[in-house]
Design a protein around this ligand. Structure first.
Ligand code: FAD
Length: 455
């Protein structure tokens, strides 16, 4: 049977390798770094659990639950506490709970009467059908109003992409919103009438999907997958060049070369730009992928004694729109979500700094990052005194921005794949930026490769 090389041991590459190996396909996984998981990293210290990258997986597809089951991790899975559903958005300098039920929207102090009227008007606004690619900001202002953009969507976009709503593309970054307008003529109508269609497909809307992690954090998943992949995983081994050799591919690293029946690139777009792809009759251009922006993000995990924080912190967390003038992008109330994220009597709060909004802040030294986060948390959550636990992490390339014009990169990936048989691309730079998207991407690419290799 032909063997397959997988480049990248983030969740996409590991999911792909795990399923190919289960079907008896010999795999080799190349990872540039010294550990598995990519941007996922959980660290247990002094009774606190610090998550540096993602905090939760949204169960948007049945394929995600199947992976947890197949990896033997069901007993270690932790659903988020149902009491921690409250989400806060900062307005007037304080966190205000988002309405949980549709009717609550009309009584919430989060929006003025003008914004509430804009929502009532939305179903009567004609859908745009001229094919022009809008940013999410343009779309929201067109269908709702400026207030809705500034006080809701801006915060949401910071929470998902750490991105800029004026640059993120509606069809690429928010395809489901675009589909609601295309298929139902309106967001509100689509929310109501689309429920039946989603049920049929088994897909769950992101705002309704169950969220989970594991007893020792999300790192449990990549660790379990890599344990099953075993010795065919090569850490500290960046792939530098791919050369087509008939139907096969030669994979080159600094110290080695090997041939495979297929190669799946599950790395990042910025590293793809550095990869040389020699596919007959000519080299495939990859340097264009360096244009894809991955703003830096720092995570600041702080532990506090319960009595040193005025706010209940009983919820998922708070999102902060830029217009409110704070420096952090938002905070996850980690200890409210899962039982063992902080010792008894303590809170674990994970804040994010940087992103497209303030990229220069993300690379501040650890003590300055803590100062930045503490200054905002004092005002917003009534934090007093010094934190009992501090851990920071800097991610120089966090989340790819699916900005207006992103289609050009997706088309180029399709083009390279179509002209270079048995070379495949998967992961967050192609198939969506959430952890769930990466898992589904890995499952799907494994199925495609199995079919191509006739396994
Ligand atoms: C700060 C942060 C918070 C997030 N929060 C959430 C969240 O709460 N929920 C959620 O659903 N999603 C979240 N995400 C997004 C989610 O974590 C990612 O989309 C997902 O983990 C990406 O997985 P991946 O395997 O596609 O890529 P990565 O995790 O980036 O893995 C790619 C791997 O490929 C390796 N690689 C690249 N090039 C080469 C090469 N040439 N040779 C060998 N190896 C190579 C890299 O070293 C890396 O390990 C967050 C992301 C960040 C950064």
């Amino acid at each position: 049977m032909k063997s397959v090389a997988i480049i990248g041991a983030g969740i996409t590459g590991l999911t792909t390798a795990f399923y190919l190996k289960r079907q008896g396909v010999p795999v080799t996984v190349y990872e540039a770094g010294g550990r598995v998981g990519g941007v996922i990293q959980s660290i247990r210290k002094d009774g606190f659990l610090a998550e540096f990258g993602p905090n939760t997986i949204l169960e948007t597809s049945p394929k995600i639950a199947h992976l947890v089951r197949d990896a033997g991790l069901e007993a270690r899975k932790l659903a988020t506490d149902p009491k921690a559903e409250a989400r806060y958005v900062v307005r007037y300098g304080r966190p205000i709970e988002m309405p949980g039920k549709p009717l609550g929207f009309f009584t919430t102090p989060l929006f003025t009467a003008k914004a509430k009227l804009a929502v009532l008007r939305e179903p009567f606004i004609k859908p745009r059908r001229d094919g022009v690619e809008e940013s999410i900001a343009q779309f929201v202002v067109r269908r709702f109003n400026q207030e809705f953009l500034d006080h809701a969507i801006d915060a949401l976009v910071a929470g998902i992409y750490a991105g800029d709503p004026h640059r993120l593309s509606l069809p690429h970054a928010f395809p489901k919103l675009k589909a609601l307008e295309d298929n139902y003529g309106s967001m509100i109508k689509g929310q109501i009438f689309g429920a039946r269609d989603r049920k049929k497909s088994g897909e769950v809307a992101k705002d309704r999907a169950a969220k989970f992690s594991f007893d020792e954090g999300l790192q449990v998943l990549p660790d379990a997958l890599s344990a099953q992949i075993g010795e065919s995983l090569k850490l500290n081994t960046p792939v530098t060049k791919l050369t087509q050799a008939g139907d096969d591919w030669r994979v080159s690293t600094a110290s080695d070369e090997a041939e495979f029946g297929a190669v799946i690139y599950c790395g990042t777009a910025h590293r793809l730009a550095e990869l040389v792809i020699e596919a007959a009759p000519q080299r495939r251009p990859t340097d264009v992928f360096s244009e894809i922006s991955y703003p830096p993000v720092a995570s600041v995990v702080l532990g506090f004694r319960r009595e040193d924080v005025t706010h209940s912190c009983a919820g998922f967390g708070m999102l902060i729109p830029k217009i409110e003038g704070f420096k952090i992008l938002g905070t996850i109330f980690s200890s409210a979500l899962f039982p063992n994220r902080a010792p008894a009597g303590y809170l674990n709060l994970t804040s994010y700094v940087g992103g497209a909004r303030y990229p220069e802040l993300a690379s501040l030294p650890a003590d300055k990052l803590v100062e930045v986060a503490l200054a905002d948390l004092r005002v917003l959550l009534g934090v007093k005194g010094k934190p009992a636990f501090v851990h920071t992490a800097f991610c120089p390339h966090a989340i790819p921005q699916y900005n207006v014009g992103y289609g050009k990169y997706r088309e180029l990936l399709n083009d390279i794949e179509s002209k270079a048989p048995n070379l495949f691309f998967a992961g967050h730079y192609r198939d969506g930026v959430s952890l769930g998207d990466s898992i589904v991407s890995g499952v799907n690419i494994a199925e495609r490769v199995l079919k191509t290799l006739n396994c």
